[in-house]
Design a binder for this molecule. Structure first.
Ligand code: G6P
Length: 368
């Protein structure tokens, strides 16, 4: 049946606000305190097979490809397993050499994306184990894979993915805990990650309170023709995702870039009409990103900072500051995505765009 809008003006806005709940659903029954690990019922692989994994390939399209990038950072940090992220449309035809003991994850909200299905089938045919990280139960990709993990985000109707993205990131965090605990991660570290995951829905709830501030900022920048999104480490995939959200629903050209890489090209785009969004909650590269932001400001570009701490220096450099709660770095992608989803939403509404059904786009792309 028809999914209700629950009083929201658009499905996308409703789905953005559902994220504290969809994240709780992604974690329900999957965190085990006794062993300080995650539990997954549907991987369909023996502990020996899982422990023997020497490489993980994460593949998908669009927003799901962005969560794959987040997953790469998480799995490498916590499980120390080498990860490759591949566009499914490239993986299916590129025929890369894949070593034994490689696990291939297809990441997909719909479970119907043709390229992701084909990439999984192609790697499976070559004898590799395939898993689906998927929202729609019983979908083609869920059936084609050897096993998998459901997101339990509930139906996502808005074409631009929001709650499925955060749930993908959350499941990938739990998977890195799971693989990490099969290797060298200590009981204490596992327990700490579980605690941090449990605090995540409340942090997302708090992040959502930036809505009216973001709407105000949106009205100042809704006329822009180009926007840059910049971040480093865990906030680099967020930059890509923020830019994609803006392109998808407001038809403004946007680019996501690693903040330090921008001096090798994109900084040439900076002028008084080209805003840059810096995703810079406090973390290992914080001071470096601050200098990157200063470089943009010095060239006359308007700056919007997404930050986790009130600080005179940010207020001095940035024209706008959006505050989000502090979370550990590996969870920043989930929390930082919230203001960027809202920013693109409000800009699209102000520009009179059809938020839930943007032109030229489909919710699931079942042709190649
Ligand atoms: C389409 C949608 C995107 C989505 C992508 C992958 O392009 O418009 O929002 O990220 O497909 O979809 P999937 O269902 O495989 O995650």
């Amino acid at each position: 049946g028809e999914v209700s809008m629950n009083g929201y003006e658009h499905y996308m806005l409703k789905e953005i606000h559902e994220q504290p709940d969809s994240l709780r659903n992604a974690m329900r029954g999957r965190l085990n305190d006794e062993d300080a690990t995650a539990v997954f019922g549907g991987l369909n692989l023996t502990p020996q097979q899982l422990r023997g994994v020497e490489r993980i390939i994460l593949t998908g399209c669009g927003t799901s490809w962005h969560s794959a990038l987040v997953g790469e950072y998480m799995i490498e940090e916590f499980a120390r397993i080498p990860v490759c992220v591949e566009y499914a449309s490239e993986l299916r035809y590129r025929n890369p050499p894949i070593e034994n003991n490689t696990l291939v994850f297809g990441i997909t909200q719909s479970g119907e994306t043709a390229d992701t299905l084909a990439a999984l089938n192609e790697t499976k045919r070559k004898g590799h184990r395939t898993l689906a990280l998927c929202n729609v139960v019983g979908s083609s990709i869920a059936q084609a894979a050897d096993g998998g993990v459901y997101l339990h985000a509930g139906p996502e109707i808005g074409v631009a993915s929001t709650k499925a993205y955060s749930s993908q990131c959350c499941v990938l965090a739990m998977l890195s805990l799971y693989f990490g605990r099969m290797r060298h991660m200590s009981f204490e570290s596992g327990g700490r990650i579980i605690e941090e995951l449990r605090r995540l829905p409340a942090a997302v709830e708090q992040a959502l309170t930036c809505d009216s501030e973001v709407r105000r900022i949106a009205s100042k920048y809704a006329e822009a023709s180009n926007v840059l999104y910049l971040g480093r480490r865990y906030n680099f995939p967020t930059a890509l995702e923020g830019a994609l959200k803006l392109k998808e629903i407001s038809y403004i050209h946007a680019e996501g870039y690693p903040a330090a890489e921008m001096k090798h090209g994109p900084i040439a785009l900076v002028d008084k009409d080209t805003p840059s969004v810096f995703i810079m909650p406090r973390g290992t590269t914080y001071d470096k990103v601050m200098s990157n932001m200063e470089e943009v400001k010095a060239r006359g570009g308007p700056v919007i900072a997404v930050a986790s701490h009130e600080e005179a220096q940010i207020r001095r450099i940035a024209d706008e500051v959006i505050m989000i709660p502090e979370v550990p770095e590996f969870l920043q992608p989930i929390v930082s995505a919230i203001p960027l989803q809202l920013l693109s939403y409000h800009i699209a509404v102000l520009r009179g765009c059809d938020v839930d059904k943007p032109r030229n786009l489909a919710k699931s792309v079942t042709v190649e």
